[in-house]
Design a protein around this ligand. Structure first.
Ligand code: FES
Length: 111
């Protein structure tokens, strides 16, 4: 694993402090800054691969726009299943999280 620059910090701010970024052919990363703290996780929903999403009003989760599954920002754990698949095995549908830092105006993830 190595730190990889993925975005200027200003771009995150301009996007309203959350967005998903494609960083290579296979990987999209969801990034959010909530109350000053940075979060990063895989940005492709484990249900049907929609791109995440928006931070929920409680500031603890990100919601998939397609079927409203929710994932915990800290851990990537699915905490609410897709409304079209309420019996989904949530324990198997979490998203990988990444360490993230800001340095010299850029956001970097340990990738
Ligand atoms: S694709 Fe994300 S909840 Fe269905």
């Amino acid at each position: 694993m190595a730190w990889k620059k993925i975005l200027g910090a200003k771009a995150l701010e301009n996007a309203g402090n959350s967005l998903s970024v494609r960083i290579d052919n296979d990987t999209v990363v969801f990034i959010a800054r909530v109350d000053g703290k940075l979060y990063a996780m895989n940005g492709i929903c484990t249900h049907l691969r929609c791109i995440l999403g928006k931070v929920t009003d409680d500031k603890k989760h990100v919601r998939c726009p397609c079927h409203l599954a929710e994932f915990e920002l800290e851990t990537g754990k699915m905490v609410k299943p897709p409304y079209i698949a309420p019996d989904s095995p949530m324990e198997k549908l979490g998203l990988k999280t990444y360490n993230i830092k800001e340095e010299d105006g850029f956001l970097q993830i340990d990738y």
